[in-house]
Write a protein that binds this ligand. Structure first.
Ligand code: G1P
Length: 290
């Protein structure tokens, strides 16, 4: 089998963010700030810390702020220089220099599977990562790096998973899988957002995938599924029939930052961990009469 390194990550960011209305009416949800960085910057930083520098962002209408964020801001840099705030420059420059960015427009949001298909011509014939911006995962060893290491041992598609409460299985892709060793599962099949009674397990797909290029052919043949959208899970189900595929239990705290409560949880926990704000924020929280 041909062994290739993972050099590209696709970040689908064309979704409408309906779970987070009204703030997402005119602002991309990917730009919601977690303490002082937009959500999508955490995801790009995770890719870079996992050894991946080529970032392909699938955007859509109303998402220009994402491109501007990862670009150089000449005007801002000039003003900072002139107003004695030069010390802020390296951090800002690093945002545009940490990776190579490529943007593809998905003209109509037709689901995650369709968003991924838009990147087919840029990925070509190599394995690649997919990272969903709603899922913020905090661990000293970046979630994607954990998965890249598993990929390097198995050279098969790897799906990031975590166990969820039974009451939550209807929000996720769920695996039917058998454990091969601690934290690693051989996937028999998957089902997108099943009712609790139909869920084969509590092993939920969270937004990190390492995929092989066969997925594109399968996506092209995948009819609209759940919510009338082309579902990546449905194409993965077909992939599992022709290829060994694994679920890897990602280590780390995971927040669904595309959900209002998940976002608040992430804000509190990341705020507490922030080196500049953590102590003051902790004291503030302790002072609340909850
Ligand atoms: C997507 C996938 C789902 C996965 C989830 C993880 O759903 O379709 O299989 O479990 O991401 O966050 P979405 O949350 O975009 O509806």
């Amino acid at each position: 089998m041909r062994k290739q390194q993972i050099t590209k990550a696709v970040i689908p960011a064309a979704g409408l963010g309906t779970r987070f209305l009204p703030v997402t009416k005119a602002s991309p949800k990917e730009m919601l700030p977690l303490v002082d960085k937009p959500l999508i910057q955490y995801v790009v930083e995770e890719a870079v810390a996992s050894g991946i520098r080529q970032i392909i962002i699938i955007t859509g209408r109303g998402k220009r702020a994402i491109e501007d964020h990862f670009d150089i801001s000449f005007e801002l840099e000039e003003i900072l220089k002139q107003t004695g705030k030069k010390r802020l420059l390296p951090e800002l420059r690093n945002i545009s220099e940490m990776a190579d960015f490529c943007y593809i427009r998905q003209s109509q949001p037709q689901g995650l599977g369709h968003a991924l298909l838009c990147a087919k011509h840029v990925i070509g014939d190599e394995p690649f990562a997919v990272m969903l911006g709603d899922d913020i995962i905090d661990h000293p060893k970046p979630a994607l790096k954990q998965m890249v290491e598993i990929y390097e041992n198995h050279h098969a598609p790897i799906i990031g998973i975590q166990q969820v409460e039974k009451s939550e299985v209807h929000q996720y892709g769920i695996l039917d899988a058998s454990v091969t060793k601690e934290g690693l599962y051989k996937i028999k099949t998957l089902v997108e957002k099943p009712a609790v009674a139909d869920a084969p397990s509590d092993l939920a797909v969270i937004g990190r995938y390492i995929l092989t290029p066969e997925i594109f052919e399968l996506l092209e043949k995948t009819p609209p599924g759940k919510n009338n959208e082309i579902q990546l899970t449905d194409a993965l189900k077909e992939l599992a029939k022709i290829k060994s595929m694994y679920g890897y239990r990602i280590e780390g705290s995971r927040y669904d930052a595309g959900d209002k409560l998940g976002f608040l949880q992430a804000t509190v926990e990341m705020g507490l961990k922030n080196p500049q704000l953590g102590n003051k924020f902790r004291n503030y929280l302790k002072g609340l009469s909850l």
